[in-house]
Design a protein around this ligand. Sequence first.
Ligand code: FRU
Length: 473
Amino acid sequence: MSSNYRPVYHFSPQRGWINDPNGLVYFNGLWHLFYQHMPSETHWGPMHWGHAVSRDLTHWEHWPIALYPDQMGGIFSGSAAVVSQGDEHSELVACFTHASEISQVQSVAFSHDGGLTWEKYEGNPVLTLDRPEFRDPKIFRHGNRWLMVVAAGFEAQIYASSDLLHWTLLSGFPAPKSDWVWECPDLFELDGRWVLIASFIRPGSAVDDGHGSYYWIGDFDGAHFTPETDILPLTFGPDDYAAVSWSNAPDERRVIIGWMSKWAYAATTPTADDGWRGAMTLPRDLSLRGDHLIQNPSPEVFERRGEGVTFDENRIPFEGDAYELEAEIDISKLTQTQVGFRLRVGNGEATRVFYDTIQREMFIDRSQSGHVTFHSAFSGRFHDPLEVEGDVLKLRIFVDRCSIEAFVQDGELYGPMLVFPSLNSQKTEFFGQGARITKGVIYPYKAESKMGLDQNSHGWANGNLHYNGALSH
Ligand code: FRU
């Protein structure tokens, strides 16, 4: 099926398949995004680390593949960090899983040119464990040593090292259910507390709900994580998996991004005829409100706004497939139970984002969104409890060709969802009799070719970073 589902302001690969974000590190003014990648096919295969960089988290520039599979296996998920900063001695490290059919072990690679090229350490692997599932190391600096949180089957483990090459086990942290398998853990300090993020394979649960991202807020003493909350869902939408955060982000920001798909149907989404499959969510800045994680779009995203079009409850004079909708809705005089928006409307299709005042839940519903039959688990609606304080419902909804992401009540809930409507389904409608829109603006987001970095005829040139297009394997 030929389409035009290519996102305008979300990251997607030039060609081939992607899944998890990897190696997220901010260095020398660039946000590095590595990712699980199969360049030659639109399905999963021997994994590479693809690579892109951005100055503003929204214009991405494709860089050469950073890590190729080798005789130890494919390059599974992992992280990156700054080892030493400043002048030509700067060093970045990537810590990843070498995965073969018989083993999963942790390895490292180093870069001395700002992340453009990578050399795998010749003594790899640096950490092994006698378990079939052992992957997705996230490394970070803590005090005067390195720590790693890594998925080890039914538990996450924390290790310490002074040199990134020798690691000692400090603690284990179990999955909430004995048969949930960890993937892609992340552990970081936020507003004086600690957050442990986890993705889980949940065997035995319904196919459309078999994977999910979660978090706990708690305390960390340098060796053990102690939760102070129950396990909480990271999103109420289906399409944010393996979400992890950037290391070394400026201004003490904690920015996360996830893979905007789900294993159940990821290999069947209708973009393969265009030669690519998979995209990332919007980058989100995290903060805490009480015992909850607050997620808002990273402020850089707003730089993509075109001229705003205002609307009210009677009329939305806008059509498009790449935009941000901002609404504050007074629901005190609502006479129906549901209030919200129909998006990508046309051809008998609509994706709904709405609040149900009886159920007191926020919903996103793609059952009538367009192409939904390519996998039996795709169609459906997704929801989470929500109390609307003061009868003001605040929605910020991002539409980008094949996705819809809803930020609710200033980041209290985040719901990302893939959709594949007909290309000309571009209307937006409001529903909720008696409700009044006190603020309504739609900002179109433009498809710009601007890359954010300087480009010359040979490839990329950026200060001391040069890619002349001559790298090949
Ligand atoms: C999560 C995951 C990781 C693994 C990678 C393989 O989506 O299964 O655990 O490293 O994908 O591509």
